[in-house]
Write a protein that binds this ligand. Sequence first.
Ligand code: BGC
Length: 751
Amino acid sequence: MRKLITLLLSTLLLISCDNKSEKEIFINDLLSQMTLDEKIGQMNQYNGFWDATGPMPEGEYQKSRYRDLKNGLVGSMLNVTGVDNVRALQKIAVEETRLGIPLIFAFDVIHGYQTISPIPLAESSSWDLEAIEKSARVAAIEASAAGLNWTFAPMVDISRDARWGRVMEGAGEDPFLGSLIAKARVKGFQGNDLSDYNTIAACAKHFTSYGFAEAGRDYNTADTNEYTLFNTILPPFKAAVDAGVSTFMNSFNTVDEIPATGSSFLQRDILKGEWGFDGFVVSDWGSIGEMIPHGYARDGAHAAEIAANAGSDMDMESSLYIRKLDELVTSGKVDISIVDDAVKRILGVKYDLGLFDDPYKYCNKDREKNVLGSKENQEAVLDIAKKSIVLLKNDDALLPLKKKNQTIALIGQLANDKNSAIGNWRGRGASNSAVSVLEGLNSYKENKVIYTKGVDLYYGETNFFTRVDVNYNDRSGFNRARSVAKSSDVVVMVLGEEGYQTGEGRSRTNLLLPGLQQELLEEIYNVNKNVVLVLVNGRPLNISWADENIPAIVEAWQLGSQAGNAIAQVLYGDYNPSGKLTMSFPRNVGQVPIYYNYKNTGRPSKSQKVVTASAYSDVENSPIYPFGYGLSYTSFNYSDLTLSSEEMNNKQSIIASVTLTNSGKYKGKEVVQLYIRDLHGSLSRPLKELKGFEMLELEPGESKKVDFTIDNSLLKYYTVNKKWESELGDFYVYIGGNSDVDSFKKFELIN
Ligand code: BGC
């Protein structure tokens, strides 16, 4: 088939008198040979239910899928991994179907394939775009070695709601940082050339507003206004398009009362129209069929009609395209041009990946053997794991720990857990494959570590499909933990969430430490005040009590394969923590949604005592730890905030400068953050918006001046005119170490 296509292609090239690219000519030619059923087949994606290397699958359901595959009625498979499995299915597509069009193999490579990086929310806390790109690169290198050519990542959904379990997959609450991270991750997966053997197509998901699920309940309605959509939700998606992302995935929820899967406003007008996206859109799992329970489609045929017309190009697992689209085209309900456009997009991505040149290019057994879990990959994930840790509190310099002559009580089930740090969406990361905190601390030989669980957080094996069985009753380990703590110099308590307590379908209405962990923490603190709390979790938690009482708190997230080593190196000061939060930590769940770039309201609160202002009567409005917050073992001092001018027009720029001094005892890194406030506009404006940041590393006593250039591009937003533009008037400029910075300088944007 390939020969025939090449021959035709060269003939066409010779006679082609217009400027069509080789790719376009190839695809048009291929399309012209396809039957309607074959075209629809390209729009159909199946999950890999059978053992591909084994005999013919059992059961009518699977047999029919196998027949579809042989008949060229499948364009893509998901969840088929490993060179042997991929090769076996690819062989059927290439050798047994009429046109031999290769399949594209997809998998959720969210934070690593076999060697697991920190969960994306953790990685975002590094604010280190290079490291984040590298992490995605490592994931792509491994996934491509395992036969895959497409990942369903990055998830670029902005979220302000820690109740939503999928915050672990994103980059937090801010669109500016979220956009840069989206770009970095797309570049990491796709590399410079998608046709390289070790790059894979990325997928920006979930388009759109999925992170704004009401009350944080997964799959729930997202009710935002048009301005929130454009100013907050869409920017990371647009950044992914600008970075050349190959595919998009739509989302389960409704946006403006219409399921995103059926939204032609989102998929056709914005994505493919305004943004000129030329890749394809895959539905989320079964989301075409889910338009029926949404109360938007009458039946399966209607759902397929809506989805295809709205620009959902590939159907993940509802089988509605393969069953209904034929008839819909014949009856004129879906124009053939819609199908042709979708198929061209899908073939285009296969072409870019080089699958027409060599459908088995990702199927190299030697590479699979050498690359998966390699030492080099382990080192890379250790590096990003250290950078992802955020030091939340460190009273009286309890940290770093002394390296000698200390007895350390290590308490908490998660301290000896090799599974939870792998997190949810763990690719093919093996269960129990992470370095535990116990192992990490034990690699420092000159202290004595006494481990005792204290309490079970959960029981039994955990997995993607079932709820974690949490312990609410058994306190039998408390006594031993108390006595070990009492006789130790310092206590390290590792508490938080089991790896499957966050992620898809893991919404919570309570953000406290689950189970009996809080109770244990208080008990231990009663017998030894030298407690270091290490949090292993996938979302911001309510740790108000700990913040008031516990002297040292380290947010270690779910850090992946090398978690225990990264945590030990930070606790001992071999790595000076530099991470900064990308989601605000609430004082309690009642404050959620909580985010730094909120609006002032007409009645901003200065004191909780004032009843008629926008305040709570029981807690302050502020979060416990704001966006951008994170400490170091050293301290940093900001001084001399200056602006090069107090006014500019939209062609000019201003330099905002500050001096950063390392005023502490250790060499350390600081993320210097630039925030701007637009004092008034055609819409009510946020109190602050992140507009730049720079990471500096300074020796003790060293100072450096940091300059940020402020030009018109930083002042633009989606205004009441439905345009990205800046508006004349006053702006405040803040530069500091987190979003709570309050000293500012003012300038005016003039005509
Ligand atoms: C999730 C997607 C994921 C897909 C395929 C869905 O349930 O929402 O993010 O890519 O499954 O696994």
